[in-house]
Design a protein around this ligand. Structure first.
Ligand SMILES: [Fe+2]
Length: 416
């Protein structure tokens, strides 16, 4: 097959995938009003409307402007307004003030999406390799923002006085499978991405690591298990905590995962999709920081896995739990035997700091700002969550967040 016909095939394949992913962003925001979509409940989170515009800006800035001959922007001011953090493009609005953007309206943001979508469709036949690769990056970027749309809107709706309707508690839906340990041999193992398929630059280069024999828990830590940690004074015992973690517990007055509250009968309720509900002991504990994951692991007499251990285990076992396309936006109890829910349900905190792999080189140019410049003061999470699109995740995928954050769907898998 010639290079030209390969390229035609790639162009033809790109558009349906583009349409599907762009459409999904609108679908998951369909139940939110224009007012809901403008909320920014904390500086870490962004308004849903901003996500819808910024993902569109990405295609306009990185693909249509350099590769779409004759492309005319809908509004040249959006170039500044929806830049997130690309310093080489010049200035951008302050992140914590995104909730002040009443203009453009939600309707205008939707028109911006339509404008860029039709330009992408008009130009795709003339895209070469570089533009097609950027298009794939843009789609993966949009999928990352789909997860953020779900986590940010959850936090925003929880923060207001009129929370969505309280879900009727139906009692625990399932019992968690018994926790067992899955053993892995030590030795020299290869980690990192190596196939032709898409990956982010931070997954490369593939390289060897030396692992000692290790075991992973068959499933994520459950709410029920985490309640024992709380009842045993987990949040009141400094010996269990990293120094910064203990500062966070003291300063933020943490006593349970984010979104948990005491019910009138002394039990626990949590804010979940679609409203407050009784905490189900069988479901994975979620919305906890790295500090809490680390303290729980210490309390239980175990530890968190390294990202290399996690990847070696996940490469041998692609077990999938709940993901975005299940549209429940809430982690579900594990099922069956063996290693479960390595993908989906909750992101799993690892003990690994987010740093460059040996020989890492950021992508050249502007796009090099995507990942590499964040390699400081963050920890790696693996496996995706109930808010991650299934086609977005893989064994080598490295997510990263600062150790104190709790609004992502983050949980714990123990190692020893
Ligand atoms: Fe972004």
């Amino acid at each position: 097959m010639s290079a030209a016909s390969n390229s035609v095939r790639a162009q033809a394949a790109a558009l349906p995938r583009y349409a599907e992913i762009r459409e999904l962003s609108l679908r998951i925001t369909g139940n939110l009003s224009a007012e809901d979509q403008m909320l920014q409940s904390m500086p870490d989170a962004s308004p849903v409307k901003w996500h819808l515009a910024h993902t569109t800006w990405f295609f306009e800035t990185f693909i249509l402007e350099p590769h779409g001959k004759g492309y005319k922007p809908l509004d040249p001011r959006y170039k500044f307004a929806f830049n997130s953090y690309y310093k080489q493009l010049g200035a951008h609005p302050y992140r914590g003030a995104r909730g002040l953007m009443s203009r453009p309206s939600l309707e205008e943001v939707r028109a911006y999406r339509t404008h860029v979508d039709s330009a992408m469709s008009d130009h795709v036949e003339r895209f070469g390799r570089e533009a097609l690769a950027l298009m794939e990056l843009g789609l993966n970027h949009e999928q990352q923002h789909q997860e953020l749309i779900l986590t940010d809107s959850k936090h925003a709706l929880w923060s207001g006085p009129l929370r969505p309707e309280t879900a009727k508690s139906t009692g625990p839906k399932a019992t968690a499978p018994r926790l067992s340990w899955i053993e892995f041999e030590g030795g020299i193992r290869s980690v990192g991405h190596q196939t032709e398929a898409f990956c982010f630059d931070n997954e490369c280069p593939r390289h060897d690591v030396l692992l000692r024999p290790f075991a992973l828990a068959s499933r994520a830590v459950t709410n029920g298990e985490y309640m024992h940690f709380i009842a045993d004074g987990g949040y009141r015992r400094p010996e269990l905590w990293l120094s910064e973690g203990w500062d966070a517990v003291s300063n933020q007055r943490w006593g349970a995962p984010l979104y948990w509250e005491r019910s009138e009968d002394g039990g626990w309720v949590e804010f979940a999709n679609p409203g407050m509900k009784a905490v189900d002991p069988a479901e994975p504990v979620c919305h906890i920081s790295f500090y809490e994951a680390d303290a729980y692991a210490r309390w239980s007499g175990h530890r968190l896995p390294t990202e290399q251990e996690w990847e070696v285990a996940a490469t041998q076992n692609l077990s999938r739990g709940t993901m975005l396309e299940d549209f429940v936006y809430h982690p579900q109890a594990g099922k069956g035997d063996g290693l479960q829910q390595m993908f989906g349900d909750v992101w799993e905190w690892t003990s690994s700091p987010y740093v460059a792999y040996p020989g890492f080189v950021p992508a050249p140019g502007l796009i090099g700002e995507y990942n590499g410049k964040f390699m400081c003061n963050q920890m790696v999470l693996r496996g995706g969550s109930c808010a991650t699109p299934a086609s977005h995740i893989r064994p080598t995928y490295r997510n990263f967040f600062p150790p104190h954050i709790r609004w992502q769907f983050s949980g714990i898998r123990l190692a020893k």
